[in-house]
Design a protein around this ligand. Sequence first.
Ligand code: HEM
Length: 510
Amino acid sequence: MELWAALLCALVASLLGGLYLLGAFRSRRPNEPPLDKGVIPWLGYLLDFRKNSSEFLKKMRRKHGDIFTVLIGGYYFTFVMDPFCFGAIMKESRSKLDFRSFASKLVLQVFGYKPIQASQSTMHALSMKHLTGDGLSLLTKATMGNLQKLMFSKVSSGEEKRPWQEDNLFHYCYNIVFRAGYLALYGTESHRGVDNEEEANERDLVNSNQLFNEFRKYDRLFPCLAYAMLPPKDKLEAERLKRFFWSTLSVRRSCQKDNVSGWIRDQDQFLVENGVPEYMRDRFRFMLLWASQGNTGPTAFWLLLYLMKHPDAMRAVKEEVEKVLRENSHEVMAGSPPTDITKDMLNQTPLLDSALEETLRLVAAPLLVRAILQEMSLEMSNGTEYVLRQGDRVALFPHLSVQMDPEIHPEPHKFKYDRFVNPDGTKKDFYKDGKRLKYFNMPWGAGVSICPGRFFATTEIKLFVFLMLAHHDLELVDGKEEIPAIDVSRWGFGTMQPVHDVRFRYRRRF
Ligand code: HEM
């Protein structure tokens, strides 16, 4: 009998211990945000969040207001929906809110890369050096050259040689922008060892296309991979793809390339100086490929699609492009070679800038997460102060809380190409509750982890769209086709993708 009692006690104790670890006994303390653990221990709301993060957060906001803590897969996330608090969160010291610990886990899981300690600020500084100022001018030139090769190599001039070509718009934009950016950053085939320049160029075109096709396979698996929810067959495929990228982008292969960008070179040199082994440096390059190429192509797709679906916007942006070309003595005429668009010319396009920002407002949806290292307080715009608990995570989802807020952006689901620009070409201000907002569109994140590639990304997308509009007539095959819905499984991972592609056609204008 005593033995049974002891066993029963042990069983109850381990059950209670297990439930404690699963978070079953956590309750809301005074001054903490509303707490919602869902009904499934440990998992909490993981399945709802994974299914459609935006819908889930909308529901939670209706239930709890502008701040709430929810259990998702063993972690407590405090979501903050009040944009007037974003500044306080983004500026909080790293001893209280840390971006790294959450990102490091994700990066290890999806790229096999284990970040080194204390590298973030140096990496960020190197990115700023090569992705802004003179570094950006070099990259702009390289990208321009690549776009010309990719877009115009097969097309020649002359009326009879101007047939319409049909393609899938998402695939076309993603493919061209990915390859142009990849070749500008990771370098081109060396001319040494090949008979002529043309052969080297041809190899670049073929290899970059193969890389893109493999990238798309990985891209499709990415959301499930990030949530560690891949079925076994896809897991094997993800492993195969990882190995393919580690090898194709490897340090060893890169030595045989010409024109490798300073961005790749200097970051690699920093890893060498910090004793990072070569296999890890290969993995780091894969991570950079993802960061640099996963969003620009999809953004270019949405921008062109919105322009094609909104003739007034297309007309205005096209007129602006033509004006810039005229004023810079680059009028496109019959038989003229693809235009060389400079950084300077790209600075003269307030309408294209606004149309791009509007596109990002509609389709860029990152989830911004910080780990709470020390208990801290957060004051909301209505004056209520909340305590955020050490060990939890604080999260922002600006797509819902800012970019789709009808008070900040009236008719938020509509594409309005001039939403961000005043008639005199200056940038518009945005307000909520009568107060001016600092964070009214956050496609690039904010604070310490703000995207260091945002200027280069903007340049790439603008170059591509500029060339498309200057040199091509383009139209949807079915002008009445609706804009496809976005794939809701990708909320939180940057620029959204459509659930299906859209047929379009294009031909040289002259
Ligand atoms: C439309 C295109 C792009 C979008 C929407 C975008 C968006 C973002 C966002 C939201 C983050 C921050 C994530 C966070 O705070 O958790 C980020 C980080 C980053 N982005 Fe971009 N990005 C784009 C293009 C690029 C390009 C072209 C490059 C490089 C050439 C780049 C390099 C990076 C890097 C290295 C990070 C990590 C920064 C860090 O860990 O400190 N991105 N990006």
